[in-house]
Design a binder for this molecule. Structure first.
Ligand code: HEM
Length: 207
């Protein structure tokens, strides 16, 4: 059996953020889907869905501040830096591994280490989700919570309509990300190894 080494990848603040964020986002997805069905046989009663959606939105917004401040003031930010070298080649190589090499028993092209917490493809997804999709859904969500702050017309389109479309589109993107994220997280030493890591903080890598 290959010898393994433990690395402390997920400090406590990151685990707290991740747990609160995951629960909050799941609640937002469930209540959001319910709200989209309108008053025709909704999953959750309309007013309860609105209240729960607003409360979860506030929780996710506050927890996002923990993520931003945590990354700002700790070393964790370095794992989110994308370098121009191999900008397309590196994530492509990883994608080929996930769709082909992995099933033929090949070794991962970018094994994790103290210096590399994410593989290149994972890094791109995390950067897009955490620095684009989540801020956009928060900003549009605040707009829809206080519609009076939204500009009336964006070109010839109603501002609230544009904000709502952007909000739903980001919600859809984050839902798809979540499915892929959970599937990819199950690829590891064993299917539950990465899930244990995000709870305990410790990650096992091959020596
Ligand atoms: C049931 C829900 C979720 C589960 C089971 C889950 C699982 C995991 C696991 C196992 C890891 C550690 C392995 C890795 O880095 O890939 C992780 C890390 C991460 N997850 Fe999730 N996740 C969930 C929800 C979310 C959501 C909703 C988001 C963002 C919208 C998210 C964003 C992240 C990020 C950015 C990291 C890396 C954090 C860091 O180390 O800096 N996760 N997640």
């Amino acid at each position: 059996m290959a010898e393994t080494k433990k690395i402390y990848f997920y400090p406590i603040w990151l685990r707290i953020w991740h747990g609160v964020n995951a629960l909050g986002i799941i609640l937002l997805i469930i209540t959001g889907i319910s709200l989209q069905s309108g008053s025709v046989d909704p999953l959750i009663e309309f007013n309860s869905a609105i209240n729960l959606h607003n409360i979860s939105g506030i929780i996710v917004t506050i927890s996002y501040l923990i993520f931003i401040l945590g990354n700002l003031f700790t070393n964790n930010k370095k794992f989110y830096v994308i370098k121009p070298k191999g900008f397309l080649k590196r994530p492509m190589k990883q994608a080929i591994f996930y769709t082909w090499g992995m099933f033929k028993g090949e070794n991962a092209p970018y094994p994790l280490s103290e210096k590399r917490k994410f593989n290149p493809l994972q890094k791109y997804f995390y950067v897009i989700v955490m620095y684009l999709a989540v801020p956009m859904i928060i900003i549009t969500g605040i707009g829809l919570f206080f519609p009076e702050i939204i500009i009336e017309k964006i070109y010839h389109l109603n501002g609230i309509f544009v904000t709502a479309v952007l909000h739903s589109a980001m919600g859809f993107f984050i839902s798809i990300f979540l499915l892929i994220h959970i599937y990819v997280s199950s690829i590891g030493k064993s299917p539950i190894d990465n899930f244990k890591s995000i709870l305990t903080g410790w990650h096992h890598i091959k020596k």
